[in-house]
Write a protein that binds this ligand. Structure first.
Ligand code: SF4
Length: 317
């Protein structure tokens, strides 16, 4: 996960919830991918340190457990860059230039100059991130499948060039995640400033929920609404499914107005966020504990990473 700003509800339902569950099934390695963040945000790189600290707090508050999994900062394990260098030498340029996400980001992002050598090669670094730990599986969204395919191609090319069967194919763990839009109805993203953050206090959550776009046909209090056309209802489905029947009733029968409905949603969100925020608060008061988690994670990650790099060098030299 790239540390590019405060974590929001989209991160919680799109990744963290699944990751917490995966910890009981797999030996997990979770990386705070600061080199990947640097590739796109090199002009604001001074913010990375604070984002890394905040992200670690959010991870721990959400239930990632350093006793079960390895949590570490990518740049503190230099072997990532070493393996990236090796893979960079064997990855044909055409594979990277054809990458659909690369092309899309160059097209869509106008606020940052991404026409850089490093950014073109970010799937090579991703391949190194995965293969350094010889991961058998990666939890990703469907949109990231082309990257994983590129990782497979790079690992097969490495094996082919060196006539070895060293790296194995890595599978995707495609967990179904609900689609959660931002409060303005667009994709939830820091860049759109439309996200409810995990650390937002009650007043801010209420303010953001109040700004949510609802069924445009519901203009007056006694106009019946259509929950399936309302983003507020989508939030109820994800965060408070036990209330959806009531919401349908008061909305379609015009028994409650949108202002009341949003207040109820905001309260329901706080029921989910409050326990995380309490854990957050305790961790905020203990920066040394947070740093210890990262230091221990780094040590564990390096043991695996150094072994892989030694083996890879023995193969190529
Ligand atoms: Fe949306 Fe609730 Fe208003 Fe219905 S009552 S349109 S679900 S905010």
């Amino acid at each position: 996960m790239r540390p590019t700003g405060p974590l929001h509800l989209g991160h919680l339902v799109g990744a963290l919830k699944n990751w917490v569950a995966l910890q009981d099934e797999y030996d997990c390695v979770f990386s705070i991918a600061d080199w990947h963040a640097y590739m796109g945000e090199y002009e604001q790189s001074k913010s990375l340190k604070a984002y890394i600290h905040e992200m670690t707090i959010d991870w721990l508050a959400c239930g990632l457990d350093p006793d079960k999994s390895i949590l570490f900062v990518q740049s503190r394990v230099p072997e990532h860059l070493e393996l990236q260098m090796i893979f960079s030498c064997i990855t044909p340029l055409g594979w990277l230039e054809r990458n659909p996400t690369y092309k899309e980001q160059l097209r869509e992002i106008s606020t940052r100059d991404l026409q850089a050598y490093g950014f073109l090669g970010y799937p090579v670094l991703q391949a190194a991130d995965i293969l350094l730990y010889k991961a058998s599986a990666v939890p990703i969204g469907e949109d990231q499948l082309p990257h994983l395919e590129l990782t497979r191609e790079i690992s097969r090319r490495f094996n082919h060039i060196n006539a070895v069967e060293y790296f194995q194919d890595c599978d995707a763990i495609l967990t179904e995640t609900p689609r959660l839009l931002g409060v303005d109805g667009r994709k939830m993203s820091k860049s759109y400033n439309n996200a409810i953050n995990l650390s937002d206090p009650q007043g801010v959550v209420l303010q953001k929920v109040r700004a949510m776009i609802t069924d445009p046909q519901r203009v007056r209090l006694n106009d019946p609404g259509r929950p399936d056309k309302c983003n507020v209802f989508d939030y109820f489905k994800i965060f408070s499914p036990e209330q959806t029947a009531d919401v349908c009733d008061w909305c379609t029968q015009a028994k409650k107005g949108c202002t009341d409905c949003k207040k109820i949603l905001s309260d329901a969100l706080m029921v989910k966020l409050q326990p995380l925020q309490e854990k957050r608060k305790a961790l905020e008061g203990n920066p040394d504990t947070v740093e210890d988690v990262l230091r221990q994670g780094e040590q564990k990650a390096r043991v695996i990473a150094q072994k892989t790099i030694k083996e890879v060098k023995d193969i190529i030299f």
